[in-house]
Design a protein around this ligand. Structure first.
Ligand code: NAP
Length: 300
């Protein structure tokens, strides 16, 4: 029987956070102003946006980044939202802007984020950043995609030359990850299979893969009936499932069925505690990257 290695996110997240903190300190010493992240989100009952904003605020505070949470009011339309992002793009004291998604289609996520320059589009989900990633001249790369590849690297898995399946092709998660993995850059050179809701024969598509990265949002989608024995699973999926044994009545779940894959997959990122904390840390690294580009050092 295979012994499944748990790929915990905390050690890598701590490493990234320590490096970010050092860069913030060095930048401040060199005369840069405090980096500032603005996170825009809707306040919908039952949605995880408020929780995400709290996590970001806590991480930002740890590394010396100013955090401003901004609620998108229910009456705000696409014109007003785009205007707000234009304002934030012009604001000299703001270095990073994050817009939580999904947004209702009438708010036009893509059109709103397009108001941001590549440096301030801190999660790299605007069309300019995605286009730059596609031509292999990235500025900001989606934090979750970097979290997935950094987790592999941290635990010693070779990406170059490996066969990797990305399950899910959204423009903010699966697609940029697949592009990154297939690119010639330092996080790439994999042979990538991109699986989506119209793909048929999931088991057949995954059969030859050594690494599988689900990013779908369907708990239990991957179990040992479709995953080849010995595969490494980097589980990006994050859903809330009912669990009467928990005080909250629910718990977080990934796309991988952990119980089924234990003793079958060679390694697995748990949910919670896997890719999530690394993504938050990487988001802070993206903030600092944009800040360094926007604020040339004055001394040093
Ligand atoms: P999304 O926009 O809903 O995209 C889901 C993708 O999954 C789509 O491309 C869809 O295919 C595909 N899909 C749906 N059913 C499928 C099936 N049966 N087989 C194969 N593919 C299927 O979601 P998202 O924004 O990309 O997020 C995906 C997941 O990642 C969510 O659970 C989200 O919470 C999580 N997430 C986690 C983090 C983190 O830090 N851990 C960060 C961001 C997102 P079509 O394109 O054909 O519709």
């Amino acid at each position: 029987m295979v012994v499944t290695r748990p790929l915990l996110g905390a050690p890598l997240a701590a490493e990234i956070m320590a490096a970010v903190h050092e860069r913030v300190e060095a930048g401040r010493t060199a005369g840069r102003p405090t980096p500032c992240l603005v996170s825009l989100y809707r306040q919908i009952p039952g949605s995880p946006f408020v929780f995400y904003a709290r996590q970001q605020e806590k991480a930002a505070r740890q590394v010396g980044i100013e955090f401003r949470g901004e609620i998108i009011p229910p009456e705000m339309d696409r014109v007003a939202l785009a205007a707000r992002l234009r304002e934030l793009e012009r604001a000299r004291d703001v270095h990073a802007v994050l817009m939580e998604h999904p947004l209702p289609s009438e708010l036009d996520f893509d059109g709103a984020v397009a108001e941001l320059g590549v440096e301030k589009d801190t999660d790299g989900v605007g069309r300019a950043n995605l286009g730059r990633l596609a031509i292999q001249r990235p500025v900001q790369i989606p934090a979750v995609a970097l979290a997935a590849v950094k987790t592999l690297r941290h635990y010693g898995y070779e990406i170059g030359g490996s066969r990797v399946a990305v399950v899910g092709r959204s423009p903010t998660v699966g697609l940029p990850l697949a592009v990154l993995l297939a690119s010639k850059g330092e996080w790439g050179n994999a042979t990538v299979t991109l699986v989506h809701s119209r793909s048929s024969n999931l088991r057949g598509l995954l059969a030859e893969q050594s690494i599988i990265v689900p990013c779908v949002g369907k708990p239990g989608l991957l179990d040992r009936s479709v995953v080849p024995e010995g595969a490494v699973i980097i589980d990006i999926g994050l859903s809330s499932v009912p669990d009467p044994s928990r005080p909250a009545g629910h718990r977080a779940a990934g796309d991988a069925d952990m119980a089924s894959l234990e003793g079958w997959a060679s390694a697995l990122t748990p949910v919670p505690g896997g890719v999530g904390p690394v993504t938050v840390a990487q988001l802070m690294a993206n903030v600092v990257h944009g800040w360094e580009l926007l604020e040339p050092a004055k001394r040093g």
